[in-house]
Design a protein around this ligand. Structure first.
Ligand code: NAD
Length: 392
């Protein structure tokens, strides 16, 4: 009898899980439903570019119905409200209840605000295409307003957190601001772009030479990094830092970290900080009919450390989940998840980047790194589009 596979999320993990499952199972064997709150698959690794208009909306927002056209998958545009794994039920915000034989949870992560007073209420986040478009319009509006009002808060932009997201966004803004200043007749020297980081350095985990390179490159392009000084409170337009400094801004973008999705955290599955602790087959140990891909899962490496929540791992996990569900239905031994780390690259604007590639963590910087980053984006897009031909 045909099984119902319900996939929550149409991001990297969910999309690849749907494609891989259908690659292995015919419609007679499995009915597949993908639930996603947007009608598009969003290339969230490129949102910093959209927030600065250096990429078009359509290149980061791909219609799911087109991507899944040949896969015989039911697409449901809806927001998941809750998961009841004991009842094998998922509730949606529109009031419907969906049941399943196998569930794939791939709902991604949420921005973490760490309980910092006033932060959530007074900041933008960069987690979706809509967020990026909102930020872009807001920045432009306030640069334009500054010309009339000379209100310094309008020409001050604060990025909270200098991890990959905050650093990449700062790099894009360093290129956007001169263009907006030219458009609205504002002196670029009147615009302040701060990136505030709690740790002593930006880009934690990167080799020190590359951190230095990124710091110098972005500082030369107008970014002021305030490191070793966490944001402690946000009071309306005032961002308070631990060292007592206060920044007055109309534009605070919070990129200080991510945490598990609250729907997953409240599902009753065994979780750690809102992310499901999965076994080597990416199954919930407490509910073996639930598989988890991407940031919704915590995967432990052989050395006991957890893998970072990245896009490259999310799509690899989605594919392993697809294969393992097919095996769970047809019988056989499931495949353990073995990640391939192709490297980590941080873009610093259009022509610059830093990062490491390959198993030996070869360091790259400048244009070669920027081109390598573009190549990895193209590789992903051609991968998801190329899979079309493989489907039933
Ligand atoms: P992150 O957790 O990697 O970085 C957040 C930064 O904010 C940290 O440096 C942290 O010290 C800082 N921070 C936390 N609290 C703070 C405070 N109160 N004040 C100031 N700074 C504070 O988060 P991210 O950059 O959003 O990345 C999330 C995940 O996505 C990571 O695993 C990352 O590797 C991945 N990612 C990858 C890419 C890429 O590969 N190019 C791009 C973006 C994100």
């Amino acid at each position: 009898m045909s099984k119902h596979i319900l996939i929550l999320g149409g991001g990297y993990g969910g999309l690849l899980a749907a494609m891989k499952t259908r690659e292995h199972l015919s419609v007679e064997e499995a009915q597949i439903t993908v639930v996603n709150r947007f009608s598009t698959h969003q290339i969230i690794t490129e949102l910093h570019r959209l927030a600065a208009s250096s990429i078009s909306e359509k290149s980061v927002s791909l219609p799911l119905d087109k991507l899944l056209k040949n896969y015989k998958v039911e697409l449901r545009i809806a927001t998941v409200k809750g998961i009841s794994p004991d009842k094998r039920e998922v509730s949606l915000e529109d009031g419907s209840i969906l049941t399943y034989d196998y569930l794939v949870v791939a709902l991604g992560s949420e921005t973490a605000f760490f309980g910092i007073p006033g932060l959530k209420e007074n900041s933008f986040v960069l987690k979706s295409v809509d967020d990026a478009i909102r930020i872009r319009a807001h920045v432009e509006k306030h640069i334009a307003e500054y010309r009339k009002t000379k209100n310094k808060a309008s020409s001050t932009i604060v990025v909270g957190g200098a991890g990959l997201t905050g650093t990449e966004l700062s790099g894009e803004f360093s290129e956007l601001i001169p263009k907006l200043c030219l458009k609205y007749g504002v002196d670029p020297k009147d615009v302040s772009l701060y990136c505030v980081e709690a740790s002593p350095t930006i880009l934690a985990g990167f080799p020190s030479g590359l951190v230095e390179r990124a710091y110098t490159s972005l500082t030369n392009r107008g970014v002021t990094f305030l490191t070793g000084t966490p944001v402690t409170k946000v009071n309306g337009k005032t961002v308070e830092l631990k060292d007592g400094r206060k920044l007055e801004t109309e534009t605070l973008i919070w990129t200080g970290g991510v945490q598990g999705n609250s729907i997953v955290a409240n599902s009753g599955m065994d979780v750690s900080r809102g992310r499901v602790l999965v076994n080597e087959f990416l199954q919930s140990p407490s509910h073996d009919d639930v598989f988890v891909a991407g940031d919704s899962a915590v995967v432990m490496g052989p050395d006991g450390t957890t893998y970072p929540p990245t896009a490259q791992l999310a799509w690899q996990m989605g594919e392993t989940v697809g294969v393992n569900i097919a095996i769970a239905i047809r019988g056989g031994s499931m495949e353990p998840f073995v990640p391939i780390f192709s490297g980590t690259l941080a873009s610093l604007g259009r022509q610059d980047a830093v990062g490491t590639v390959g198993e030996n963590r070869t360091e790259l910087k400048g244009l070669p790194a920027a081109l390598m980053k573009q190549a990895s984006d193209i590789r992903y897009l051609s991968h998801i589009k190329g899979l079309f031909t493989l489907a039933y």
